[in-house]
Write a protein that binds this ligand. Structure first.
Ligand SMILES: C[S@@+](CC[C@H](N)C(=O)[O-])C[C@H]1O[C@@H](n2cnc3c(N)ncnc32)[C@H](O)[C@@H]1O
Length: 396
């Protein structure tokens, strides 16, 4: 066990009084001069934190002491966290959502939607704060999630983030990692934004966090990127695991593969990914997902509009196969969205949204190119719903 050094807390040599007091108590703890109970009493933190949400002062004190405990006495910190965490309300687990896009992942966590004749029930998560840079995506989000979302750069709004939440979710931008990207990895301007998520997890200390990204993060080329991301999250005292999910295995009519990095507090049961529900032979096909739209004329109010871009040798120009799930829908396809399996046109935005498992009631409030981006960026809501169900059982 290490003594607590104050050097990390003040680059200018000024140590806030409350931190100095906590540090000195921590050192007494390390030396076994006092026990945890006495330390808490001295900090005027009741050994049992009252149930419910904390007042700001209590919350700050709690968090600061947690930071210190975690650094020097992980076991004590764990004990403290598990004994003092306020009980969750029966109805909602509070989520902070980062890089929320149009809200695909958020819809999955919220639940309460229909897709291809199945009802995905509400899961009891409450999104208390969400952030997204793109104004159009925010518009779609507000209308469909019926929630406010903070529009702006995550680093600029970081200080407005609520102090407490049970879950932090976010699909940090993937362009620098994607196979179609520039390969800059986490040193790239956009994928480097995962550091903002690390910072939020550090500040909020949720019970669990879920970071989503492209399969490219698991390739040899990005091995050290992945290791750095995992190490950065792990250094906050979380048990971190990553797994590759094929969306088609969970009822999404698309073979989209994504990495989910999940971190849990050490006191929690380990997160195990939901079991795949469908074998390759029983995946939902493009025909099953789209056939009822074949006779429909273009209808902007339903996002049933398509790009008229001619065939080109560029990527993303494939034709769907009717007896298999769709290919990965991409965000940056510049009109080169895949062709309908049967018709002499590209897929409509509504069809792309179906391939991504959005319910038909989800309306994108944007024009074609922008809708392409929002649909292509999203985590399929049905995949997110299955992961969220697993997380719900872990939290309860
Ligand atoms: C992969 S998408 C997330 C999609 C979302 N998870 C969903 O399921 O719909 C990443 C999002 O990060 C947003 N973004 C990029 N830079 C950002 C920044 N600096 N601050 C906040 N959001 C940013 C992008 O506009 C994009 O919508």
């Amino acid at each position: 066990m290490n003594h607590v050094s104050l050097s990390n807390y003040s680059k200018k040599g000024e140590v806030p009084t409350h931190i100095a007091i906590i540090a000195s108590l921590m050192n007494e703890l390390v030396e076994n001069k006092i026990d945890l109970h006495q330390a808490l009493l001295k900090l005027k933190i009741p050994h049992k934190m009252p149930r419910g949400r904390y007042s700001d002062t209590k919350s700050i004190r709690y968090k600061k002491s947690m930071e210190l405990f975690s650094e020097s006495q992980p076991n004590q910190a764990e004990l403290y966290i598990s004994e003092n965490r306020p009980e969750l309300s029966n109805t909602s687990h509070r989520i902070i959502s980062l890089f929320s896009g149009c809200g695909g992942m958020d819809l999955g966590f919220t639940g309460g939607f229909e897709f291809l004749g199945r009802h995905y029930e509400k899961l009891g998560f409450d999104i208390i704060w969400a952030n997204e840079l793109n104004a159009n995506a925010c518009k779609t989000y507000r209308e469909n999630l019926d929630k406010e979302i903070v529009e702006g750069d995550i680093w600029e709004v970081m200080d407005d983030i609520p102090r407490e939440a049970d879950v932090v979710i976010g699909g940090f931008p993937c362009q620098d990692i994607s196979v179609n990207g520039n390969g800059a990895g986490i040193n790239g301007k956009r994928s480097g934004l995962y550091r903002a998520m690390v910072e939020v997890v550090k500040r909020v200390r949720p019970r669990i966090f879920i970071a989503e990204n492209v399969k490219g993060l698991m390739t040899k080329k990005h091995k050290s990127d992945l290791e750095t991301v995992i190490a950065d999250f792990s250094s906050l005292g979380y048990k971190v695991r990553y797994d590759l999910y094929n969306s088609a295995d969970y009822g999404v009519p698309q073979t989209r593969e994504r990495v989910l990095i999940v971190g849990t507090l050490p006191s929690m049961e380990e997160f195990i990914p939901p079991e795949p529900l469908l074998s390759k032979e029983s995946h939902v096909t493009a025909l099953q997902a789209l056939s009822d739209l074949e006779s429909l004329d273009e209808d902007p109010s339903f996002n049933h509009i398509w790009s008229k871009a001619n065939r080109s040798p560029e990527q993303g120009d494939r034709r769907l196969k009717k007896d298999r799930p769709g290919y990965t829908i991409r965000a940056e396809c510049h009109g080169n969205i895949q062709w309908h399996y049967n018709l002499p046109r590209r897929m409509s935005m509504r069809e792309a949204a179906r391939i991504q498992s959005f319910p038909d009631s989800f309306i994108f409030r944007s024009k074609l190119r922008e809708t392409e981006r929002q649909v292509g960026n999203a985590v399929p809501p049905v995949l997110a719903w299955h992961v969220a169900s697993k997380i719900k059982s872990l939290l309860e």
